[in-house]
Design a protein around this ligand. Structure first.
Ligand SMILES: [Zn+2]
Length: 116
């Protein structure tokens, strides 16, 4: 399986990757990046909220965007989802997807101030 040509976002729930992607042609076009059109919150509400009864930022999460200028993907991820992030990067051609930690993506475990 390849993810080349796709952007998306993901959650890691109990060690399983829940990935949502769309083709670049359907991505939201920003100044620098093409982005999956939905927010984590929106996807969470639609697909998982009823099942897990926690907020969208409870589990580790991340996002894969496409840099229009560099013609490269960047995968932003929560530091405790390094293993899963690495697995996703491996589904892009060699060197086409860069992994980057993002402080913005913190789950309940990583965020000391998290209130359930
Ligand atoms: Zn975390």
């Amino acid at each position: 399986m390849t993810l080349d040509g796709k952007v998306g976002l993901f959650f890691v729930i109990d060690g399983r990757i829940k990935l949502h992607t769309c083709p670049l042609a359907e991505a939201e076009i920003g100044e620098r990046f093409r982005n999956y059109p939905e927010s984590h919150d929106a996807v969470w509400q639609r697909k998982y909220a009823n099942k897990y009864h926690v907020d969208y930022d409870y589990f580790p999460r991340g996002r894969i965007v496409y840099n229009n200028t560099a013609k490269l993907y960047t995968l932003y991820y929560d530091s405790c989802a390094t293993k899963e992030a690495t697995e996703l990067v491996a589904q892009y051609p060699n060197g086409k997807c860069i992994m980057e930690r993002d402080e913005h993506y913190q789950c309940a475990k990583c965020n000391k101030d998290y209130i359930i």
